[in-house]
Design a protein around this ligand. Sequence first.
Ligand code: SPQ
Length: 439
Amino acid sequence: MSKNDELRFIVNPGGALTGRLRVPGDKSISHRSIMLGSLAEGETGVSGFLEGEDSLATLSAFRAMGVQIEGPDAGRVRIQGVGLHGLKAPADALYLGNSGTSMRLMSGLLAGQAFDITLTGDASLSGRPMKRVVGPLTTMGARIDATATGTAPLQIYGSANLSGIDYMMPVASAQVKSSLLLAGLYASGRTCVSEPAPTRDHTERMLTGMGYAVQRKGNRVCLEGGGVLRGIAIDIPADISSAAFFLVGASIAPGSELMLEHVGMNPTRTGIIDILRRMGADITVMNEQDVGGEPVADLRVKSAQLNGIEIPPELVPLAIDEFPVIFVAAACAQGRTVLTGAEELRVKESDRIQVMADGLQSLGVNAQATADGMIIEGGPVGAGCVDSHGDHRIAMAFSMAALRASGNIEINNCTNVNTSFPGFVEQAGRAGLGINTRK
Ligand code: SPQ
């Protein structure tokens, strides 16, 4: 996309968020529903699928490998699984857009196929580190070429003989863990992955739901290759990472009261609620239920005076995608907020530490980037122009900052909001946040 086609948000200052919202389906679970549904025997019926560009990139990739997929139609998708060995070589390289999850998980899954394949992505994805998966997959016997700096495009050679490994991840990453487990489906023997801190476990839950034996003991998860996945019905909850923008927006905007419906409450994802509550947020969890192996609840959030905190490092992986908007909460809080142990934020769709620090500073907030986090002194938020660097979560985080700004906030490079949250502008508008869009 040329710079001239890029979407700009001009967000009106002030206001409150009220009403009821159901934000779109969980991105992580949507990706996995397509991947595992394709590898299963029989049909997988999905509801609540995220019709965002990232999960649609995964869907198109599996269609290109011969899987019959109907939909999405209002969040419904039907996948005719081809079994673990039924994928076919696509005619071309698979383009995965902005989606790190697609590329890292599919590297593992495709390392076990009988055909060669190339994975490509946009400029952001082509700059993100892939050695973290290519390294251990190579140890398993995969043959994968990356660029000299360890980035995409990735060339994956087929017919590799994979063997299980016992791998201790140096970083807490659900994508690395999932990639190795997916390769493990094709490996001889047992594949085990240990994590330095708990990360999202949607892959393990869905494998189990599809009848595949997965053993977890402490921080270590293992499976044996050569089993069978069975197609199932999957009801995908609303994405807590998308709900997070509204949890913060309603907390910081006086007079707000918002109900967020059917939100995924997997304990490996709820760090945002713990962090906001420690800051003084008024969040009530209601109607808790289990939906197909994933906990779900409605969340009621009311505005509250937030206070700065030192964010406990153990909460970092449980809220890793929410830090852009947590930084906005910190800017609106009383006192100092300190984040450490979050260097992973520097290798997301953008360098989320630097880009957020730059943007907050241009709105007059005292925000200092550190090597592995940020120090923010809460205070007034001014008007101004910020650049999201094409990062969906940065664009949505700064949109929420306008609720407390002294004038309009203009945000550049917002097109990628569609990767995870199609309809964000409309939903925010219905709740009370006025966003005008310009090309
Ligand atoms: O898919 P992508 O681009 O990597 O998306 C992000 C996001 O903010 O949407 C990260 F930038 O989410 C990742 C998340 O950070 C999704 C994910 C998953 O579905 O397994 C795991 C996390 O990444 P990681 O590197 O910690 O494993």
